[in-house]
Write a protein that binds this ligand. Structure first.
Ligand SMILES: Cc1cc2nc3c(=O)[nH]c(=O)nc-3n(C[C@H](O)[C@H](O)[C@H](O)COP(=O)(O)O)c2cc1C
Length: 219
C-alpha cells in the first residue's frame, strides 16, 4: 500500500545524538525508515486504514482544524497525502505554509507525531497515484468540490454520472487535485509503556534539510 518513493532531492537525514541510546523499535538514524517500519507493522495488525492520520492546520485567524487523511507515501525526507487543493485543509496548509499530523495505532499502542512545512506534489507522482486509484475514485475526485456546500447528494451523483459518460475509462487528474508533501522539522515516536511510563523520542532539526537532534522525553 505504501509508496516508498526515493523522491526528494534533500540530504539523507542523520541524527546527531542519542543514537546509541535508542534500541528496539526506536533504533536507527533515519526517522523515515523508522516510520516506514512502524507503518509496515501496523499494516499487519490494524483492522482498517493503518495509514490514517489526523492532519492539523490553522486558518488565517490561528483557529486550529483537524481531520483524517490517508498517508500515501513516506519519502526520503517527507510524508505525502492527496487531496483537493480547493479544500479547507489545503487552503489552510498552504496559507500557513505548515501543517502537523499524528498517527495513532491502537493495536501497536504507538503514535508518530509530525510538524513540518508543506509544498504541493502536483507532478509526476501525483499523476501516478491518481491513475492507481479506481475509476470511481478518480471520477469522484473530479466531481467533488471538496468542502463546498452541497445542496443534495443527488447533485453530486448526477455530476458523477455525467463525468462517467464524458470520460469513460480515461479520467485525467484534475489540476485542483494532488498531493501535499510535509517535510518535518519535528517528529516524535511514542510507544506505550507499563504504568504509563511511555517511551518518547523527539527528533528536531532547524530546517527541512538540516541535521536531526534526538532527545528522549519524559512521558
Ligand atoms: C479514514 C479517512 C480517510 C480519509 N482520507 C482522506 C484523504 O486522504 N484525503 C482527503 O482529502 N480527505 C480524506 N478524508 C476526508 C477528510 O477527513 C475530510 O472530511 C475532507 O478531506 C474535508 O476536509 P477539509 O474540509 O478540512 O479540507 C478521509 C476521512 C477518513 C475518515
Amino acid at each position: 500500500m505504501f509508496h516508498l518513493s526515493e523522491h526528494a532531492s534533500c540530504i539523507n537525514p542523520k541524527a546527531t545524538s542519542d543514537m546509541e541510546k535508542r534500541t528496539g523499535i526506536f533504533a536507527g538514524n533515519d526517522p523515515f525508515a523508522i516510520a516506514r517500519k512502524w507503518l509496515g507493522e501496523a499494516e499487519v495488525v490494524e483492522l482498517n486504514d493503518p495509514n490514517a492520520m489526523a492532519l492539523s492546520t490553522v486558518d488565517d485567524d490561528g483557529m486550529p482544524n483537524a481531520r483524517v487523511v490517508l498517508l500515501k507515501s513516506v519519502e526520503e525526507n517527507a510524508f505525502v497525502f492527496y487531496t483537493n487543493y480547493g479544500s479547507k485543509k489545503a487552503q489552510e496548509a498552504f496559507g500557513a505554509g505548515k501543517a502537523a499530523f499524528v498517527i495513532h495505532w491502537k493495536s501497536l499502542r504507538r503514535q508518530i507525531r509530525c510538524r513540518g512545512v508543506v509544498e504541493r506534489e502536483d507532478g509526476f507522482l501525483a499523476d501516478e497515484y491518481f491513475l492507481s486509484r479506481s475509476l470511481l475514485s478518480r471520477v469522484g475526485a473530479v466531481a467533488s468540490q471538496q468542502s463546498q456546500v452541497l445542496e443534495s447528494r443527488a447533485i453530486l451523483m448526477d455530476r458523477v454520472a455525467v463525468l462517467k459518460a464524458e470520460y469513460g475509462e480515461n479520467v485525467p487528474r484534475p489540476e485542483f487535485w494532488g498531493g501535499i508533501r510535509i517535510q518535518p522539522v519535528e517528529l516524535e515516536f511514542w510507544a506505550d509503556g507499563e504504568a504509563r511510563l511511555h517511551d518518547r523520542f523527539r527528533w528536531v532539526r532547524d530546517g527541512q534539510n538540516a541535521e536531526w537532534k534526538v532527545d528522549r522525553l519524559y512521558p
